[in-house]
Structures are given as C-alpha cells and as structure tokens.
Design a protein around this ligand. Structure first.
Ligand SMILES: [Zn+2]
Ligand SMILES: [Zn+2]
Length: 319
C-alpha cells in the first residue's frame, strides 16, 4: 500500500543557474507524482513535498546527486496523500523572504556568518549551563507561535518574515544583545538567515536550533522545553509531538485550547482565526473584522469578542 509522506529540506549553497535547477526539480517532481513547493534561488533550495514514501525516496536520492545538495538534512513526516493542492517550483530572489537579499552571503558551507548550530541535545546542555540567561527567539510569524513555542520564548511581532528586519532595527530587542540567544523556526531555514541578520546587528552570542522544531520534536517530543503544537504550511496546518499535547492557542469564540486556524469566510481573505472543534461551525459563517467593515452584511457580522483575528499574509509561503 502506498504510504503518504512529507519531506522538508533546504540547502544554502551557491547556484550559478537557478533556472536550470528549477526545470530539473519540476521534471523530477512530475516524474514522481509529488505535490508541494520548491523555491530555488542563487542561494540554494528550499522544499516541502508530499508523495508516496517510495516516490519521495527516489526523488531525494536523485536530488542528492547534485553536488551542492549532497549533504541535505531531509526531515520526514507522515502525510495524508492530499497535503498540497499541486506542485509549484519557482525561482525567487531569496529562499525565505526577509527582503534582505543583499545582506546575505552564501558559500559552499552555507550562510556566511550565521549563528552557531545547536542540535537538540546541545540546546539542553546550553540551557543546563546558562539557565535563565538563555533567550529563545522565535523566528516565525507571530500566528505560528500562538499555538506552540519554546517555553518563555520571545515572539517578535511579525505578520510575515519580511517584517523581521524592521523589527530588529526598531531596537525592541537591544537588551538581548549581550545574552545567549537561540533562534528557532520550523525546519531551520529561516534561522540560517535570521541568526546572520542578528549577528550583523550586534547580537553577540547567537545560536540556531539545528533541524528546527521538527528535529527537536522528534528528539524530545513535548517532554522537554517545547510547549504546544507546531504550525505547518500544508493542509494538516498543525502537528503535535505527543498524544497529550495541549495547544497554546485559544478559541476566539469560547477560549478553549485549540491549534486549529480557520480561514475567514470571505472568499479571497487570508485572515486566520483560531476556533475549537465545538465552535468550528461558526467559523464558516463569520467574517473577520476587516471584511465585516469593508463588506458589511455580506456574511453575518462577527461578534465583538470574535475579533481577535491574526493577519496571515504568507500562509502559502514555505516554512
Ligand atoms: Zn470554542
Ligand atoms: Zn476576512
């Protein structure tokens, strides 16, 4: 029986001809009936793909034959077989859209001057040694952190990755510049860049969680320093690392714990709000506050206490 899986990987490595890599990756994806997203840039590749385990293995094997991709760290997780609507393979200026393409240099070893990599075990050692001084710095969008994060983490007020540079330059985190700062994100790709941007801005001791939350969750589940659910950029929308995980999100209707975002009922609106299972039916009848203001009466108006929507501009962006 075909077992559906999802692979997540990236490589920062100089690509002389991103367009050629794009065409190659697209034909590979088509050959193995994969769906999902691949971004290619002059700085490397970033991919999240779904398919059968056999087909994905063939795809990964071939992809690793490209010299710059030989060492990719592929994270596997269970899929449903319908996790992505289609296959999308694109060339972009950046692997992740920080809007900082000119600030980042990439060589054969990856991003130049990025944070020190910490495996999950090494992260625990750092916390054991340095205790409360260690700062967890969430490298994701705020709505992702709303359902799960590292205990006590700093969650920057960013709606999209593009907001990070302004957020760092605002001075809001300058008091952390002398402390050990551990950046983390879903699979690690965003922290390669973020940790580099932080070092360039005078943060003195910056680490990045190697393999991201995905690898940490595989190692320690939610018995360690992680709390709640992990937001993922596919149809699953969230994953948990244990059977008894309590998501950190709160239903915008009743306040019950939930990890499930629902789209605004207005077609074309990307705003997400958290609803619990009991209130999920309401999600299909309620506009977000922005839509209710723009097109009043198009759908039943949300109640005052339901207006805690989170903007979610790059829901479809690769983690
Ligand atoms: Zn509820
Ligand atoms: Zn809306």
């Amino acid at each position: 029986m075909a077992v559906p899986k999802i692979v997540l990987f990236y490589a920062f490595t100089p690509l002389a001809d991103p367009r050629a890599v794009q065409l190659w990756q697209r034909s590979l994806g088509e050959q193995w009936n994969l769906t999902g997203r691949v971004i290619v840039s002059e700085h490397g590749i970033n991919a999240t793909l779904g398919g059968t385990v056999e087909n994905l293995k063939q795809y990964v094997k071939t992809t690793k034959q490209y010299p710059g991709f030989a060492g990719i760290d592929v994270k596997w997780s269970d899929g449903t077989g319908r996790d992505f609507p289609r296959l999308s393979v694109k060339v972009r200026p950046e692997l992740v859209s920080f809007g900082a393409v000119d600030e980042i240099a990439v060589d054969e070893d990856g991003v130049v001057d990025s944070g020190v990599r910490l495996a999950p075990e090494a992260l625990h050692e750092l916390v054991a040694e340095r205790g409360e001084d260690v700062v967890f710095f969430d490298g994701r969008n705020a709505f992702e952190a709303a359902i799960g994060k590292f205990r006590g983490a700093v969650v920057p007020d960013v709606a999209t990755t593009r907001d990070f540079v302004a957020e760092l330059d605002s001075g809001a985190y300058d008091d952390l510049k002398g402390r050990p700062v551990v950046t983390y994100c879903t699979g690690g790709v965003r922290c390669e860049v973020l940790s580099s941007l932080m070092l360039a801005r005078g943060f003195e001791e910056v680490y990045q969680l190697d393999g991201g939350i995905v690898r940490y969750g595989e190692t320690f589940g939610d018995q360690g320093l992680w709390e709640g659910s992990l937001y993922v950029f596919d149809e699953r929308m969230h994953v948990e690392f244990g059977d008894d995980t309590v998501p950190l999100g709160a239903c915008c209707e009743c306040g019950a714990a939930t990890a499930k975002y629902e789209n605004c009922v207005d077609p074309g609106c990307q705003t997400l709000r958290l609803f619990c299972t009991d209130c999920a039916g309401l999600a299909r009848t309620l506009q977000c506050d922005a839509c209710a203001e723009l097109r009043p009466g198009a759908y039943p108006r949300p109640r005052e206490d339901a207006m805690t929507g989170l903007s979610h501009d790059n829901h479809r962006a690769t983690a």
